[in-house]
Every structure is written in C-alpha cells, then in structure tokens.
Design a protein around this ligand. Structure first.
Ligand code: AMP
Length: 115
C-alpha cells in the first residue's frame, strides 16, 4: 500500500467508499463525482500507478478488471443500452489519481467526443 494514495486508502478501509464489488485482487466502488447516472471505478487492490506501469505478467489482472466492468455493467442495468469503459493514463490522458482505475460510465447517452 502507498500511504499517500487515496485508492490504496479506500482498499484499506481508511477512507469510506460505496463498494459495489470486491474479490481478493480487485475492488469496485462508486465515483464520488459521477459524470453519469452510473459511474463506477474498478481498481486492482495492489498499487499500480497507471496503465503505463502494468507489466506483461499482469495480463490476467488486466483481463479480470475488464470482466468485472462488464459484469457490473450488466448488474447496473447498462448492458442493453450500452456504456463506456475509460482508462485515463498520465498527465495528458487526464489521470488525476495515480492508481490504475477503469471508469465504467453509463445510464445516459454519452457524447461521441472522447477528448
Ligand atoms: P482520473 O481523472 O481518471 O484519475 O479519475 C479519478 C476519479 O476518481 C475521478 O472521477 C474522481 O471523481 C474519483 N475519485 C477521487 N477520489 C475519490 C473517492 N474518495 N471516492 C470515489 N471516487 C473518487
């Protein structure tokens, strides 16, 4: 755990969050400032600073995060109409929290523009 990392502190239970799913390696919770009716964050429990830090040996974890997102989209009732999965990476990618996370966003028609 990284002491200064807000998402590590959520994993440790030191910062409250609205958890929607967890297993031994991954956690998902509601974004504190939702951009759409459903806005979830899916993260690895271990500290990985960004997508750029993900290694070849972490393919299973990467796949797991995507499958969790897909399952949560179904659970949240988003699957029929569609949704968006976003990973911001680094400064120009708009990443603010330096702990790898997938945004699952849906529940309204999203704009076509990505950036
Ligand atoms: P990013 O810009 O990709 O780094 O996104 C970080 C996201 O984390 C933003 O959507 C924030 O609203 C969200 N966030 C920051 N702190 C918290 C928190 N304590 N609980 C839930 N979501 C958070």
């Amino acid at each position: 755990m990284e002491n200064e990392c807000i998402f590590c502190r959520i994993v440790a239970g030191e910062v409250p969050s609205d958890v929607v799913y967890q297993d031994k390696d991954c956690l998902a919770f509601r974004d504190i400032a939702p951009q759409a009716p459903t806005h979830l964050l899916i993260i690895p429990k271990g500290h990985i600073a960004s997508l750029a830090e993900l290694s070849e040996g972490q393919q299973e974890l990467a796949g797991r995060l995507i499958i969790i997102a897909k399952n949560l989209a179904e659970k949240e009732g988003l699957a029929a109409k569609g949704y968006r999965l976003v990973v911001n990476c680094g400064y120009e990618g708009g990443q603010v929290v330096p702990h790898l996370h997938l945004h699952l966003i849906g529940g309204r028609k999203l704009g076509a523009k990505l950036g």
